[in-house]
Every structure is written in C-alpha cells, then in structure tokens.
Design a protein around this ligand. Structure first.
Ligand code: FAD
Ligand code: NAG
Ligand code: NAG
Ligand code: NAG
Length: 540
C-alpha cells in the first residue's frame, strides 16, 4: 500500500504541533516542580496565553527585521529573578528537548537571542539588572541583564571620575557586548569592555554555578569575546572601572567631499590609529541633500525617493571624536598631530563623563542622567556587515564607496570608520578571543535599513561588502562578531556541525582563537546544548 508524501507531511506536521504543545506544557510543569519557590517562578513565566506575552517579547527586539508575524516565536518566555530559576530553565529545557535562547539587551544583529527555527524558550535576563559599584576599589558587580545606560548611570551616582570602556549606545546589554569584545570611545585608552572584566558568575550545562576560580581560565577566557551564549548563562560580571577626567571633550566636525573630505579621510586612515591614546576619532559617511539646512538627522539618513539623483546629493563625512581632557589642550594637540583636519574650538564641546554618555547615545545632555535608564530607544529593521583594514584605502577606493552610497543609496544607510591603535595594539591577539589587535588600522561598519524593498537593500549591502574586498583583510577576511552576519556561514540545523563548516565563519570572527574556542566548547558543553546559528560547535 502506498502512503502519499502529502499524507506523511500532514501527519508529521501534526505530530510536531502536538508534541511541541505538550512539551511546552511539560516544560512549564517541570519549571514549577523543579524551582524551590513555585510561587515566585510562576510570576516569571509567559506563554502565548498570557496577555503580556507579546509586550514582553517585543520589549527588547532591537532589529525590527525580526519583529514581524513570520518570525518564529518562543513557546515560553521566562524572566528569572533568582539563580535557581536560571538553573531550572536549563534543566527543564534539556529534559524536554526544547532549545533555549538567552536574551540580555536584545541587540543581536541576527535576532539570535529571541528567534529560533526549532521550538524554543527565551530566557530573558531583563530583571537581572542590579549593579553594585565599589568606587573605592574601582570595581563593579553587574548582573547580566543590565544595559550600558544603567551601568554608566550607576557608576556616575558614585563617582564623577570613574568610567567603563563599554559601547556607545545606552540600550545595548552588557552581556552581549562583553560576549563579543565591546568597543566604545575609551577603546584607544583602555581597550575593550571584555579586556576589563575580572570575574564572572555563570551557570553551565550541568546547572552548576561557577565563578572565575571554579570555571577555570579556559572558560573564563572564552566568555570574554568568544560569544557567551555558546558556553552557558552568564549571571553577572565583575568589571574593572577606569579613571576618567572631570571634563572630557566631544568632537564633531563635518566636511563634505566638496570641502576636501575625501583627502582628510584619506589622511585620517593612517593618522587616527597613531594619535595619543587620550583621543579617538571615528568618521561617519552619510549621503545628504546639498541644498537643505540640517540635511542629516542624527547619524541616520532619511528619505530615499530621490536618492538616485546624484546632482542633489553629496557625501558628508562627520568626524566624531572624544578626548579625555579639555578642549584647549585637544585643539593644540590636534593642530600638531592632524592639522589637515583643521579642528577648532567651535567643533568641540566640553562635558562631564556622564553627559558624554548621553551625547553619544544621542540623548540631550541638558536632561538628567536618568534618561540613560530608559531601555527603549528608537528602532529600525536593518542588515549590517563589518570589515577590518590593515592598510589605508586609496582615494579611488574611497570614491567607489561614495559612488555606491550616492547612486544606489536605497535609503537609510550608515557607513562608519572606527580607528583602532593605542591600547588595542598592546593587547595580544590571543589574550581574549577577540583577535583584531596590532596591525588593524580601523574597522568598517556598514548598515542598511531594510524596510520597503528589503531584498534589494540586502543585495545592495552584499555588493558593497564585495566591493571592499581588495581594501580589507584577507585570508581570513575578518569581521566583528558583535555585528554578527549569517551571510558569513551558519551551523548545520539538522545535526552536528563539522569543525570545517564552522571555521568558515569562525575564523572570520576569531582568527586562530577559533580553535581554542572549539576546544573549550568540547570540554564544557560536549552535547552542544547551548547553540544557535553561529554558536561555537564542539568537535563532533
Ligand atoms: C544600536 C546598536 C548600537 C551598538 N553599539 C555598539 C557599540 O558601540 N560597541 C560595540 O561593541 N557593539 C555595539 N553594538 C553591537 C552589540 O555589542 C551587540 O549587538 C551585542 O551582542 C548586544 O548585546 P545585547 O545583550 O544587547 O543583545 P542580545 O541580543 O540580548 O544578546 C546578544 C548575544 O549575547 C547572548 N547573551 C545575552 N545575555 C546572555 C547571558 N546572560 N548569558 C549568555 N549569553 C547571553 C545572546 O544569547 C546573544 O547570543 C550595537 C548594536 C546596536 C543594535
Ligand atoms: C501566565 O498565565 C498563567 C496561567 O494563567 C499564570 O499562572 C501566570 O502567573 C501568568 N504569568 C504571568 C507573568 O503573569
Ligand atoms: C586638501 O587636503 C590635502 C591633504 O590633506 C591638502 O594637501 C590640501 O591642501 C587640501 N586642500 C584644500 C583646498 O583644503
Ligand atoms: C524611552 O524612550 C522612548 C524612545 O525614545 C520614548 O518613546 C519613551 O517615552 C521613553 N520612556 C521614558 C520613560 O522616558
């Protein structure tokens, strides 16, 4: 007797639906049974039947490309408030073969902290956001669900001369940031966020709570830049705080390509990475209207309808920088070190450290620092990519980028050059998994907004990435893991992923550190429970 394929298919999908429905009930039952305090965990469990399920899920979806109804949704969201609840989620997800995704600030570029094709639970650390600053010791214990804004705010409550070398954007989560390295405007002075972590508490696949001492140096190495979500659930980090002056200076200087912008940028490529460590300058390239007042809204561009009309648009280069000191000293130093930039006092703003955190998050500096506690910022759907340069790009090469931005700017784009050098050069490539150290001049970041004609826009950014090939690192062509990009390769969905397959994307993010990451993974999670499209695989 023949059974039609269609029947098998219908039967199979029916079975999948049934089994996921029952496994999710079993999972929830398991949670309440396994948790020491049933009452308290019940309040942290959201299934689609709970009215606030959607708002909890959407609360930190920062890439709206993954907010639509076609994006798979979790069976359950758990927002733990106690360590034992995290242990229960791991235990029950393992027991009922449900995938687990771990969410901190929700800024993952590919939505991997809250999307999975297999039936899954989201462990959302949003309520794990306590911060304990010891200003005398210049350290802080930070729970893993805290945001950078919450961290900067908490430090400033205790001291105006302590800071942390985290990222620019206030709603980014500390754990995702540290998990991939994490850079901001103190990178040239103090290195990455992950370079300034001195201890951590993690729950491993066996449900054990480990600190630096009990997890050992291999695992402690891996979670600082190697993608924390491949190894366990981070509960908290101990951070080393760094000293900052009472007054810092923000730089903002705009030059269009008609104003010699390309020449200045060409020079910037070799000068900026060699400036004193107290100063950093990034360059944001944007297409703007030639004849309109205030043509740039934030660093984001607006309106694409006449983007092809090259005659009406030009490229604006925004030199956006930061100096650990006052403007007088900065201007005289810059005129010595980088006179081509033509920096004047008018391009400078003196601020307190906490005001500077507000400014680089595009928040008003006249408002009180409480604005940094808001976990919701403006959101767009986007696709992004990154590359690293070890040599300056030729003028012709730069002009080719402008042509692409001008002639086929499909809408809101963001193209940023971020200088390295300074402290970044002094830290060994193998010190933590983040490998882009000495020799790296700058990082290139490119992003396109994907509403409207998403496919065409993604194709456009892929072409731009291809265009840059001759100008950036090769063998491997490196990228920043915190700008994760599934175009670089993904793990096998059906079964184990071979070392060879994973090293296609793995070497791009981690160079030779990838091999050590695979060894650590093989020893701490050989069954590959903690996994996603670009998690570190164990040796199969
Ligand atoms: C608007 C914006 C601005 C940005 N600015 C910067 C910047 O200035 N500098 C910079 O370096 N990067 C920046 N990034 C990139 C950012 O560092 C990464 O997107 C980072 O992964 C976000 O962390 P998250 O906790 O917010 O994200 P999530 O999506 O919550 O998590 C990211 C990854 O970390 C894992 N994770 C989260 N919490 C835990 C946990 N408790 N235990 C284990 N794994 C966990 C997740 O599973 C996921 O794999 C920016 C991103 C955006 C969208
Ligand atoms: C979700 O609904 C269940 C069943 O009604 C309830 O027990 C639980 O407390 C609800 N969750 C939250 C967070 O309110
Ligand atoms: C443009 O920049 C170059 C290189 O920095 C410099 O030599 C030249 O004088 C500049 N031209 C103008 C018009 O400013
Ligand atoms: C937080 O920021 C969002 C986006 O800018 C804004 O809409 C919201 O009102 C802010 N919330 C608070 C409490 O200020």
């Amino acid at each position: 007797m023949k059974i039609s394929l269609a029947k098998i298919f219908v039967f199979c999908s029916f079975w999948v639906i049934l089994s996921s429905a029952s496994s999710h009930e079993d999972f929830v039952q398991c949670l309440t049974r396994f948790s020491p305090n049933t009452n308290s965990i019940t309040k942290q469990i959201y299934t689609p039947q709970n009215s606030s399920y959607t708002s909890v899920l959407e609360s930190s979806i920062n890439n709206l490309r993954f907010a639509g109804s076609s994006t798979p949704k979790p069976l359950v969201i758990v927002t733990p408030t106690e360590d034992s609840q995290v242990q229960a989620v791991i235990y029950c997800a393992k027991k009922h073969h449900i995938q687990m995704r771990i969410r901190g600030g929700g800024h993952d570029y590919e939505g991997l902290s809250y999307v999975s094709k297999a039936p899954f639970v989201v462990l959302d650390m949003v309520r794990y956001n306590k911060i304990d600053v010891d200003h005398e010791a210049a350290t802080a214990w930070v729970q893993s669900g805290a945001t950078l804004g919450e961290l900067y705010y908490s430090i400033a409550q205790k001291s105006s001369t302590l800071g942390f070398p985290g990222g620019f954007w206030y709603t980014v989560g500390v754990t995702g940031l540290i998990g991939g390295g994490g850079y901001g405007n103190l990178r040239r002075k103090y290195g990455l966020a992950a370079d300034n972590v001195i201890d951590a508490r993690i729950v491993d696949v066996k449900g054990r709570i480990l600190d630096r001492n009990s997890m050992g140096e291999d695992l402690f190495w891996a979670i600082r830049g190697g993608g924390a979500s491949s190894f366990g659930v981070i509960l908290s980090w101990k951070l080393k705080l760094v000293s900052v002056p009472e007054i810092v200076t923000a730089i903002q200087l705009d030059r269009t390509i008609e104003q010699n912008g390309t020449e200045i940028l060409h020079k910037w490529q070799s000068v900026a990475p060699n400036l004193p460590k107290d100063v950093e300058i990034r360059v944001i390239a944007a297409t703007i209207w030639k004849n309109r007042p205030n043509p740039v809204a934030r660093t984001v561009l607006t309106d694409d309808s006449i983007a092809r009309n090259r005659a009406e648009k030009t490229i604006l280069l925004r030199f956006s920088g930061y100096f650990l000191g006052g403007q007088e000293k900065l201007v005289s130093m810059m005129n010595k070190e980088f006179s081509e930039l033509g920096l004047t006092k008018e391009d400078c703003t003196e601020l307190s450290y906490i005001q500077s955190a507000q400014r680089f998050s595009l928040l008003s500096t006249s408002e009180s620092p409480e604005v940094l506690l808001n976990r919701t910022s403006f959101r767009i759907p986007f696709k992004a990519k990154s590359s690293y340069a070890e040599r300056p790009i030729s003028r012709k090469g730069l002009e080719g980028i402008w042509t692409r931005l001008l002639e086929y700017d499909p809408g809101t784009t963001n193209f940023v050059f971020t200088s390295y050098g300074g402290r970044m050069n002094e830290i060994a490539e193998s010190a933590i998994p983040f490998p882009h150290r000495a020799g790296t001049l700058f990082m290139i970041y490119m992003r396109v907004q994907t509403d409207g004609d998403a496919e065409k826009r993604i194709e456009w950014i892929r072409e731009l990435y291809e265009y840059l090939t001759p100008y950036v690192t090769k063998n491997p062509r490196t990228s920043y893991v915190n700008y994760n990009d599934l175009d670089l390769g993904v793990n096998n969905e059906e079964g184990p992923t071979s070392y060879k397959r994973a090293s296609v994307w793995g070497k791009k993010y981690f160079k030779n550190n990838f091999d050590r990451l695979v060894r650590v993974k093989s020893s701490v999670d050989p069954g590959n429970f903690f996994r996603h499209e670009q998690s570190i695989p164990p040796f199969s």
